[in-house]
Write a protein of this length. Structure first.
Lengths: 279, 170
C-alpha cells in the first residue's frame, strides 16, 4: 500500500498482522541488494561463506514465510497521523495484531519484566507524530544490535573528540570498534547529532527507516555519510566480525538543534537483518 | 563425538550432534543446580522460536553476555564445545585450553540452522521460550571454529587489527 493512500481510514488488525508477516519474513530489497553487492567485493573465504549463507537464509525466509531471525525483535511503530483519525483505535488494532502475529507467524515472545524476569509476550513501542499524510512504519528491532547502540557526549577527552566533524567521526568509529561482531554485521548505522538525549536516541533509530540508497539532502551530512562508511569498512571487522571488507552497508545521519551546553551523538545500530516495512 | 581439541581457528565444520541451548537464565540455573544431562556435551547460545515441538528459527545469540558464567560452566560440566556469535573473552579462552572450543554460528541465519534441528526435550519450560534449556539434535549445521583449545582466538586477531587501523586513521 502506498503511504497516504488510506487517508481517512485506519488499517484493520488483519492489515497490521500482514505488515508484521512481511516485516519478519522478507528482507527489504535495498538491503538484500547491498548484501549481494558486498559478496562480489569480498575476498576472504570466511566472509564470502557468511554472506552466501545470509542470502540463502533470506531466500528461505521469504519462500517459507518464516522469520529471518529467531530474534524477531521489539516491534517499534512510527505512526504519522492527522487529527481526524482515531488514534485509540489504531493502538487497539496494533495491540491485537501483535498478539495474533506472535501466535501465527510465529514471533518469539520477547517482552521480559526486568525485575521479575517474567516473559509477557510482545509489547510494541508506539511513536506518534502529527502529519497530513497517514503512514505507519514498523521496525522489528533486534536485541543484539540494540545492545551495541550508544550515546556520546562531546567533548570526550578519552577519545580526543571535540565538538566538530572530526569529533563526530571519532565517536562513530569508536562505537563500531567496540561493537566488533557482537551485533551481527554488516551493520546499518543511524546517527543523530545534537538535540537532547531522548532526541538523539529516537532520531538515530529513525534513520534506520531510510532506504539505503537515500542520501542526506544536507551537503555536509551527505559527505559525512560517505566518509564514515568508507572509514568503518577500513576497520576490516567484516561480516559477523570474522574479518572482511564489509563491516557496514550504510550510514545515515540527521541533525537537530542542541542546547549550547550539550552536544550529543546518538548511534543506533541495526544488524544486517534490518526488518522494516511500511503501510 | 568429534574430538574438538584437534580443531583450529578458522576451520569450517558441519556439526551433527546433540546439544543444549542456554542463555542468561539457564546459565545461572546450571551453576546453582546439578543438571547432569549436560555433562560432556555442547552448549548453544540460542533462544529459538519453537512451535508444536518444531524448530522454526534458531540462530545464535550474542555470547559475550555469558562470559562471567562460562569458565565455571565448562569446568563443572566438562563442556566440549560452545556455539554462539561474537566471541568470548580472555577468561573463556583460558578455560577452553586443552578441553574445548568455541565455534561461531552465523547470526541471523536462523532458518539455515532450524531446518537441520529436531527437538528432543524442553527443560525448564517455566523460563519461557527463549530462555528454556532446549535439548536439540542437529545435523550438519555450518560452524566456524573461532576460539580453539590452544589459546587462539580469531576475534582477538580481528580486534587487534582493527585497533591498529583505527589508530592509523587519526
Amino acid at each position: 500500500m502506498q503511504p497516504g493512500k488510506i487517508k481517512n481510514t485506519i488499517p484493520t488488525t488483519e492489515a497490521i498482522v500482514r505488515l508484521y508477516t512481511v516485516c519478519a519474513t522478507e528482507l527489504p530489497g535495498d538491503v538484500r541488494e547491498k548484501l549481494r553487492k558486498s559478496l562480489e567485493k569480498e575476498e576472504s573465504d570466511t566472509a564470502k561463506h557468511i554472506l552466501k549463507t545470509i542470502l540463502e537464509n533470506t531466500d528461505l525466509a521469504k519462500k517459507e514465510s518464516k522469520p529471518i531471525c529467531q530474534d524477531t525483535g521489539t516491534p517499534v511503530f512510527y505512526i504519522s497521523i492527522d487529527n481526524t483519525l482515531p488514534l485509540d483505535e489504531i493502538k487497539k488494532h496494533i495491540e491485537a495484531a501483535t498478539k495474533q502475529a506472535t501466535e501465527k507467524i510465529p514471533l518469539r515472545p520477547n517482552a521480559t519484566d526486568p525485575i521479575t524476569g517474567t516473559n509477557t509476550g510482545n509489547k510494541p513501542i508506539i511513536h506518534i507524530e502529527q502529519s497530513d499524510q497517514f503512514r505507519i512504519d514498523l521496525l522489528m528491532k533486534g536485541g543484539g544490535s540494540e545492545n551495541i547502540s550508544a550515546i556520546y557526549s562531546l567533548p570526550d577527552t578519552k577519545l580526543n573528540a571535540n565538538r566538530d566533524i572530526e569529533g563526530i567521526k571519532r565517536c562513530v568509529l569508536d562505537a563500531v570498534f567496540h561493537a566488533q561482531g557482537k551485533g551481527c554485521p554488516p551493520y546499518i548505522i543511524g546517527i543523530a547529532i545534537g538535540g537532547n538525549i531522548e532526541q538523539v536516541a529516537h532520531l538515530s533509530k529513525k534513520q534506520l527507516l531510510r532506504n539505503l540508497n537515500d542520501r542526506s539532502k544536507d551537503e555536509q551530512l551527505n559527505k559525512l555519510e560517505t566518509e564514515l562508511l568508507e572509514n568503518i569498512n577500513k576497520l576490516k571487522i567484516g561480516p559477523m566480525g570474522l574479518g572482511g571488507k564489509t563491516t557496514a552497508l550504510s550510514v545515515k545521519i540527521a541533525k537537530t538543534h542542541r542546547h549550547p551546553a550539550s552536544y550529543f551523538i546518538g548511534i543506533s545500530f541495526s544488524c544486517w537483518a534490518l526488518r522494516r516495512q511500511s503501510l | 563425538m568429534t574430538d574438538f581439541t584437534k580443531l583450529n581457528v578458522g576451520d569450517r565444520i558441519q556439526l551433527s550432534a546433540k546439544l543444549f541451548t542456554a542463555r542468561d537464565k539457564a546459565h545461572l540455573y546450571l551453576l546453582d543446580n546439578n543438571f547432569d544431562k549436560i555433562k560432556d556435551s555442547i552448549i548453544y547460545h540460542c533462544g529459538p522460536i519453537i512451535k508444536d515441538n518444531k524448530v522454526i528459527a534458531a540462530g545464535p545469540t550474542t555470547s559475550s553476555r555469558l562470559n562471567p558464567y562460562t569458565p565455571e560452566l565448562i569446568e563443572k560440566y566438562n563442556i566440549k564445545a560452545i556455539i554462539g556469535k561474537g566471541g568470548m573473552d580472555e577468561s573463556v579462552l583460558e578455560a577452553l585450553r586443552g578441553k574445548a572450543i568455541y565455534a561461531s554460528a552465523i547470526g541471523g541465519a536462523a532458518l539455515v540452522y532450524a531446518k537441520n534441528m529436531t527437538v528432543k526435550k524442553q527443560h525448564m519450560p517455566e523460563f519461557g521460550m527463549p530462555e528454556s534449556i532446549w535439548e536439540l539434535v542437529v545435523k550438519d549445521i555450518p560452524l566456524i571454529v573461532t576460539m580453539d583449545s590452544k589459546g587462539n582466538s580469531l576475534y582477538d586477531d580481528i580486534l587487534q587489527n582493527s585497533k591498529n587501523i583505527l589508530e592509523s586513521l587519526y
